[in-house]
Design a protein around this ligand. Structure first.
Ligand code: HEM
Ligand SMILES: *[C@@H]1O[C@H](CO)[C@@H](O)[C@H](O)[C@H]1NC(C)=O
Ligand SMILES: *[C@@H]1O[C@H](CO)[C@@H](O)[C@H](O)[C@H]1NC(C)=O
Ligand SMILES: *[C@@H]1O[C@H](CO)[C@@H](O)[C@H](O)[C@H]1NC(C)=O
Ligand SMILES: *[C@@H]1O[C@H](CO)[C@@H](O)[C@H](O)[C@H]1NC(C)=O
Ligand SMILES: CC(=O)N[C@H]1CO[C@H](CO)[C@@H](O)[C@@H]1O
Ligand SMILES: CC(=O)N[C@H]1CO[C@H](CO)[C@@H](O)[C@@H]1O
Length: 275
């Protein structure tokens, strides 16, 4: 990457983090959205009704990300998972999951960069996002490592089952709930197991933090609810009447999200050093 690109990158990131922090403050100052009204009018999923789910067909493109695959399975992104613009990814993730616009720009921009494409004009197929050690990394919760299972586009039902049965919490209506310690425990088990079974296993602080971030969305956007996570992780399908559990008017900011991610990652470390 040229020096000018590096300088531009620095300013773009500084701008995104300042923007994100501004939204974090606005969320504190403004009233939350009402349950049942999180997905905006004119977006798929508004009024708790999602477009039809169709399981992926032979030849469709799918990624290592359960939530993005669900967008394609419901036709919110193209059903074949192909020829998607980075800008479209930004919009659809914001409308569907109530992530803040700062986050929804940051991750697709990061993806365009690692695919050497322009965020503004570039297009991609979902499977391309699974480039190993870009975002995709070893010891995921729903996929075997890429060295063992090269097709990262499908969940591994055994791994998903292991994760869901870690849930020790209860919602007020008594249904099972995944908690921060549950997620830390699941991640440390996966890291130990992946290190043992995959000769090509790699781990880095960068990917550990991203692993914790990616999985912490199960606690924030999905509120840890096992009844919603089961169809999402097993079939990459929205539960009936699903909506994001984050009610902040400007969506889930990176600044706020860090408050979940760091305790999860810290919990993994503590558990690992005890053993
Ligand atoms: C904005 C664009 C997004 C991109 C480019 C993206 C990309 C990815 C990729 C490449 C992975 C695989 C990482 C691994 O190896 O485990 C992943 C995992 C994951 N993503 Fe996304 N993602 C995006 C948005 C989202 C959203 C909006 C959510 C939740 C609402 C989400 C939730 C997750 C979860 C829970 C995992 C972990 C799955 C596992 O551990 O097996 N992602 N994502
Ligand atoms: C929202 O959905 C319910 C049933 O799911 C329906 O009765 C109602 O008319 C819908 N409201 C709007 C504004 O579309
Ligand atoms: C991808 O989409 C763009 C914009 O709609 C279109 O111009 C292009 O022909 C498409 N490419 C393929 C391979 O379908
Ligand atoms: C992007 O470009 C870099 C530097 O030229 C290269 O090392 C890398 O393999 C390219 N990545 C992709 C996904 O093509
Ligand atoms: C969130 O944490 C990550 C890594 O821990 C850091 O790189 C990033 O700047 C933080 N984001 C914000 C908005 O504080
Ligand atoms: C939803 C989420 O937290 N996605 C993260 C997954 O990991 C990538 C990079 O490894 C991050 O940029 C995303 O924020
Ligand atoms: C993977 C791992 O070592 N998990 C352990 C985390 O800590 C709990 C309780 O301290 C153990 O029961 C787990 O086996």
């Amino acid at each position: 990457m040229g020096i000018l690109n590096k300088i531009a990158g620095f300013f773009i990131n500084a701008f995104i983090f300042a923007w994100d922090f501004g939204l974090f403050i606005l969320n504190i100052l403004t009233p939350s959205l009402k349950p049942g009204h999180v997905v905006p009018a004119h977006a798929a999923g508004h009024n708790l009704t999602w477009p039809e789910y169709v399981a992926p067909k032979e030849g469709d493109s799918r990624s290592a990300c359960p939530m993005l695959n669900a967008l394609a399975n419901h036709g919110i992104l193209p059903r074949d998972g192909k020829n998607i613009s980075f800008k479209e990814l930004n919009t659809k993730v914001r409308q569907t999951f109530n992530f803040a616009p700062s986050f929804c720009f940051f991750v697709p921009k990061f993806s365009a960069d690692f695919l050497n494409r322009s965020y503004w004009t570039g297009r991609f197929d979902l499977a391309e996002l699974s480039l190993h050690n870009a975002i995709e990394h070893d010891a995921s919760l729903t996929r075997q490592d890429a060295a063992l299972v090269p097709d990262q586009g499908k969940p591994d039902p055994g791994l998903v089952e292991d994760l869901l049965k870690e849930a020790t919490g209860k919602t007020s209506d008594g249904s099972p709930l995944l908690t921060i310690p549950d997620l830390s425990r699941a991640l440390s088990k996966r890291r130990i197991d992946a290190r043992r079974t995959n000769k090509a296993y790699t781990e880095s602080l960068f990917h550990n933090i991203f692993g914790s971030s990616n999985s912490s969305t199960m606690l924030t956007i999905f509120g840890g609810r096992i009844t919603d996570l089961t169809p999402m992780l097993m079939e990459e399908r929205f539960a009936e009447n699903w909506e994001p559990r984050v009610l902040s008017r400007f969506g889930l900011t990176m600044a706020k999200f860090n408050g979940t991610v760091l305790p999860v990652e810290f919990g993994v470390k503590k558990n690992a050093s005890k053993n």
